[in-house]
Design a protein around this ligand. Structure first.
Ligand SMILES: Nc1ncnc2c1ncn2[C@@H]1O[C@H](COP(=O)(O)OP(=O)(O)O)[C@@H](O)[C@H]1O
Ligand SMILES: [Mg+2]
Length: 342
């Protein structure tokens, strides 16, 4: 049984997922044995420094990696019980943009520059919901209104370059929900935007999540986003999860030294939009090298000699809910002793 699993089938269940990327010169493993589940209506935030594997983790199972990347995927990813790693490409194509919506960091990457935005949104509803062109055009206008674009009817006629960055991301969001997804995957949807616009987009996502009852997996560098919309949070370091749990437990009582480092002085549960990770001293490891033991050891103030020897597994955090787990036996053992003493 994977960590945090319960008897009811999950909307998304990732079990022991690993991704190896083969390039001409070398192989790297940016995702290494990752497991988590997302239930209907839940919001999972994935945090971690750049290069920790967050994008590969989410995009590889959907075959959405940049073209030319040779990825070898192991483990299982189930969506509503369907094993999507072994599903035929045709079935995957139906899921992407349909039951699974995707929002990219840069909306320009999902928009066609030479086509009117109305048609681009409408095509998603035609393809995934079987609407006629007329129905889908009407729906596109409704979606633009839903994502807060003023004057939607004339907007439909515009091209991506005629819109500001924030407006384009609203269009990207309209497209991502045009297939009425049960799960939305948002990869740093606000990173490219300035802070006031970021806050508006986060409010929009929160509002849509409530109204449409979608589950969301959001990759973010912003603890304001985590505390403002997530129900649970996964912390990723060098391709592995270092901590996973309910958002209030992870933010208020972080266990893994890496999570503590990321949180730094951010007043966590009240973090405002724009509260980014503090700079941790040191660098994440080079993933093309074999890592023995805990990958965070060289940067960790609590590390013992043993940390560099064996790879730590996720363990339940004593005194917290059973779904709060952390891959740090040093801190967990300390907490266990403290619990036994009281
Ligand atoms: N296009 C690529 N070619 C080769 N390696 C890549 C490529 N994209 C990502 N990687 C490798 O995968 C690791 C994780 O990347 P990524 O998932 O994009 O990180 P994150 O989204 O957490 O910033 C990188 O550190 C790098 O080693
Ligand atoms: Mg990324």
């Amino acid at each position: 049984m994977s960590i945090g699993s319960s008897p009811t089938p999950a909307l998304l269940e990732v079990s022991n997922l690993s991704v190896t990327l083969h390039t001409a010169r070398t192989s790297v493993k940016p995702v290494d044995g990752v497991s988590y589940r997302v239930d209907e209506g839940e919001v999972l935030a994935i945090v971690g420094e750049s290069g920790s594997g967050k994008t590969i983790l989410n995009m590889a199972p959907l075959s959405l990696l940049p073209t030319g990347l040779d990825a070898e995927i192991e483990g299982t990813v189930k969506f509503n019980g369907l094993d999507i790693l072994r599903a035929p490409e045709q079935q995957l194509r139906k899921l992407r943009g349909g039951e699974i919506g995707v929002i990219f960091q840069d909306p320009l990457s999902s928009l066609n520059p030479v086509r009117r935005i109305g048609r681009q949104i409408a095509e998603v509803s035609e393809l995934h919901l079987g609407m006629t062109a007329a129905q889908a055009d009407k729906r596109a206008a409704e979606l633009l209104a839903l994502v807060g674009l003023p004057d939607p009817l004339s907007r439909l006629q515009q091209y991506p370059h005629e819109l500001s960055g924030g407006m384009r991301q609203r269009v990207g969001i309209a497209m991502s929900i045009a297939g009425e997804p049960k799960l939305l995957i948002a990869d740093e949807p606000t990173t490219a935007l300035d802070v006031t616009v970021q806050a508006q987009i986060v409010e929009l996502l929160k509002d849509l999540q409530r109204r449409l009852q979608m589950a969301i997996v959001i990759i973010t560098h912003d603890f304001g986003v985590v505390s403002g919309m997530a129900t649970k949070v996964a912390v990723m370091y060098a391709g592995r999860l270092s901590e996973l749990g309910p958002v209030d437990e992870v933010l208020m009582t972080p266990v893994h030294p890496y999570t503590k480092g990321l949180l730094g002085s951010v007043p966590s549960l009240n973090a405002e939009i724009g509260s980014k990770f503090i700079g941790l001293p040191g660098q994440p490891p080079d993933l093309s090298r074999l890592i023995r033991g805990c990958a965070f050891t060289p940067r960790c103030a609590s590390a013992l000699q043993s940390c560099g020897a064996t790879q730590p597994q996720l363990l339940s955090v004593p005194g917290e809910s059973s779904t709060h787990v952390a891959a740090c036996p040093v801190v967990i053992n300390k907490l266990t002793r403290v619990m036994e003493d009281v």
